[in-house]
Design a protein around this ligand. Structure first.
Ligand SMILES: *Cc1c(COP(=O)(O)O)cnc(C)c1O
Length: 500
């Protein structure tokens, strides 16, 4: 393996397999002081491998350096801002991690008897109550493991509710700006999806909505603020239109961090909604780690909630399974408990005032970025921004530079890219959500980078089109990588066969 030293060594790190040299070891064992056992005899010959093909043979320090160098390729919230929109990659206070690791909570077992789980059950009860208060809803289940899972639970509740009235109905209405999980959810629960168009301000067109709601409509799934970062200001009228025909209103609460402490879905006509605790209430987000998608409902949907439900009996918490109208369980045990602990710690540390301030700061930060970038990038909708702002690449596209190119160039400035090409209804979308945690100094750095890139697009578009320049690999063929992933390493051809 020849390593070129023309680049920073951490950026030049090969695969571990490529570091291998025959006979090298990363460990040393003492001589056996007991008789040797034949592994084939002990384990059965079929369980013993002669050798592992191409197993890397490396020293300890090579292993340590290899993985340490790889770790520097990673981008994390501890390194810098995640401007991704629609999914709130916020910084999560470290103290919540400490709380989640409290011994009694960490080692609690879901099969522990109720009498020994009263503390954990109290945490669940308090979090349910806090989320009910924040959303203005009557009851909450913490079972669903993520937002999409919460959506499915919520739409199942709507189906159970309609079934209890004799007819599950046929359709779920979904605005064209919705997250892809919404139509997927409605379809999985057995509904047909009917799309509704957004108007030129990025909001649901109320007149066209009114013209299609009939008694076949089971409900509307609406995200508020929606995925273009705009508050559906006619939401009360929209809910009224649905309710008049006996339909339900589901709110995708992934953007709840624009509303917490300011307004409550329960007060503007929502019947059922989910929250993403890993977006709004402090759990490390991304990388496929655990999340939680609690579902909050109005009282008419409460009988259908998943079992078990918490019930208080003589000052003790009990699990109640005796609920004849329940949709059943949606998950083993009681939810991702560690995530629930973090969320409650976050909520209690902030208190009502603090949560409201976090929301106001998130809105301020998004609008600060919007104002500073508006002279350089085209804002998608002339409507007030909430916690995120959506630009399009219209101006840069005239120079042949698209949203994906600008995002790649941001990497050279040390920032994680913003959300590229979502929502789909905005051509060349550039979606930015700073969250409340970023300081003005950090926001200024980010804005400076984007302004600098806008100037590069005018003066030297090639620089942007070929970005990133500072990473080990620049552009990859993303389509082929997704369609034909190569997941197994194969040794490179022998030097004599190789072209260079
Ligand atoms: C993130 C998100 C979802 C899905 O939530 P998961 O927790 O990722 O399953 C649904 N809708 C919107 C608007 C989102 O941003």
């Amino acid at each position: 393996m020849i390593r070129k030293v023309s680049r920073h060594i951490t950026q030049n790190e090969p695969l571990l397999f490529e570091c291998s040299s025959p006979g090298k070891k990363g460990y040393q064992l003492p001589d056996l002081d007991v008789p040797a056992v034949d592994p084939a005899e002990a384990l059965g010959a079929e369980n013993v491998r002669d050798e592992i093909e191409d197993f890397p043979e490396v020293s300890e320090v090579e292993v340590v350096r290899h993985f340490t160098r790889l770790s520097t390729w990673n981008y994390g919230i501890d390194l810098g801002l995640f401007p991704l929109g629609s999914c709130t990659m916020k910084y999560n206070p470290r103290v919540n991690e400490l709380v989640a690791r409290t011994e009694g909570l960490l080692w609690a077992h879901p099969y522990q008897p109720e009498a020994l789980s009263q503390g954990a059950m109290e945490i669940i009860a308090r979090l349910e109550a806090a989320l009910a208060e924040i959303t203005g809803m009557d009851a909450v289940t913490l079972q669903p493991a993520a937002g999409a899972h919460g959506e499915m639970t919520g739409i199942m509740l709507i189906r159970a509710y309609h079934e209890s009235k004799g007819n599950p109905r046929k359709k779920i209405l979904i605005p064209d700006s919705a997250h892809g999980t919404n139509p997927a959810t409605a379809t999985m629960v057995g509904y047909t999806v009917q799309n509704i168009k957004s108007n030129d301000r990025g909001m649901v067109d109320v007149e066209s909505l009114a013209s299609i709601v009939d008694e076949d409509v089971a409900g509307l799934m609406v995200t508020n603020p929606n995925t273009v970062g705009v508050f559906e200001r006619d939401i009360v009228r929209i809910a009224g239109i649905l309710h008049e025909k006996g339909a339900q209103v589901y709110m995708d609460g992934a953007n709840m961090n624009a509303l917490v402490g300011i307004t409550r879905p329960g007060d503007f006509g929502i019947d059922v909604m989910h929250l993403n605790l890993h977006k709004t209430f402090s759990t490390p987000h991304g990388g496929g780690g655990p999340g939680a998608g609690p579902v909050a409902v109005k009282s008419h949907l409460e009988p259908f909630l998943p079992i078990p439900r918490l019930r208080s009996e003589n000052g003790q918490w009990r699990w109640d399974y005796d609920r004849p109208q329940t949709i059943g369980r949606v998950r083993a045990f009681y939810g991702n408990f560690g995530v629930l602990v973090r969320a409650l710690a976050y909520i209690m540390a902030h208190g009502g005032e603090g949560l409201r301030n976090a929301t106001l700061d998130a809105l301020l930060n998004a609008n600060y970025i919007r104002k500073l970038l508006e002279p350089y990038y085209q804002i998608a909708y002339q409507a007030p921004s909430m916690h995120e702002c959506v630009f399009s690449d219209d101006r840069q596209a005239k120079r042949g530079v698209r949203t994906g190119d600008i995002a790649k160039r941001l990497i050279d400035y040390g920032f994680h890219p913003y959300t590229v090409s979502f929502p789909l209804i905005v051509r060349g979308a550039m979606m930015i959500e700073p969250t409340e945690t970023e300081s003005k100094a950090e926001l200024d750095l980010f804005v400076d980078a984007l302004i600098s890139i806008a100037k590069e697009v005018e003066e030297n578009p090639d620089l942007v089109l070929k970005a990133p320049h500072s990473t080990r690999i620049s552009r990859v063929d993303e389509v082929t990588a997704a369609r034909k992933p190569v997941l197994r390493w194969k040794p490179a051809p022998k030097a004599s066969q190789a072209a260079d």
